[in-house]
Design a protein around this ligand. Structure first.
Ligand code: 5GP
Length: 196
């Protein structure tokens, strides 16, 4: 394959979904199977024991995050659950220019910002098979979050799901993980056209 052909394949894929739906697991498997580039977001939220700085997120203070906003370093950013989250622009642009499939795991606010400036990007929303599964998964994640934060995550999940039906190109139900991963790959490969 020539460099030119490889470059033509660079594309931006946005994957969103409520907390606890399993989107991180789906993203990791899709990235492995497609040899794609997974964007590492920056956040001002605190780091949990299971997370690694630079691998799961780049953890910043609010002040540092705001300085980067002013410097135009983010492709998009939003406040989620009272903290900043954003996609560093340069690594994404570099990966697209190198012909990679770039995956952004971001919330619905960020997705709508990116879709406006990069309308060719594909948007995929991951749904739980049953709403009550989310409560179980949010409760059982062991991130040490308090009851109020967990409640907010569930309330936000309901709102996001309602919005997603209007704005996303594709909805994927994560009932069976392998099937959900394959569906996302088929969407990226262009084997499934817009469903909504
Ligand atoms: P968590 O705190 O559970 O890791 O993430 C909370 C929410 O922030 C999730 O919905 C996640 O998709 C979203 N998120 C993570 N990174 C980004 C980002 O870079 N930009 C935006 N807009 N949302 C993000």
């Amino acid at each position: 394959m020539t460099t030119k052909e490889t470059k033509a394949q660079g594309k931006l894929v946005i994957i969103s979904g409520p907390s606890g739906v399993g989107k991180s697991t789906i993203c990791k498997q899709v990235v492995e199977k497609l040899d794609a580039f997974l964007s590492v977001s920056a956040t001002s939220r605190s780091q949990s024991d299971s997370e690694q700085n630079g691998r799961d997120y780049v953890f910043l203070t609010r002040e540092d995050f705001e300085a980067k906003i002013r410097e135009g370093e983010f492709l998009e950013y939003a406040q989620v659950f009272g903290n900043y989250y954003g996609t560093p622009k340069q690594p994404v642009d570099d990966a697209i220019a190198a012909g990679c499939i770039v995956i952004l795991e971001i919330d619905v606010q960020g997705a709508s910002q990116v879709k406006k400036i990069r309308p060719e990007s594909q948007t995929i929303f991951v749904l739980p098979p049953r709403q009550k599964d989310l409560r179980k998964r949010i409760d059982g994640r062991g991130r040490g979050e308090d009851a109020e934060t967990k409640k907010r995550r569930l309330e936000t999940a309901s709102r996001e799901i309602a919005t997603a039906w209007q704005y996303y190109d594709h909805m994927v139900v994560n009932d069976d993980l392998a099937q959900a991963v394959q569906e996302v790959i088929d969407i990226i490969d262009g084997n499934i056209k817009e469903q909504i």
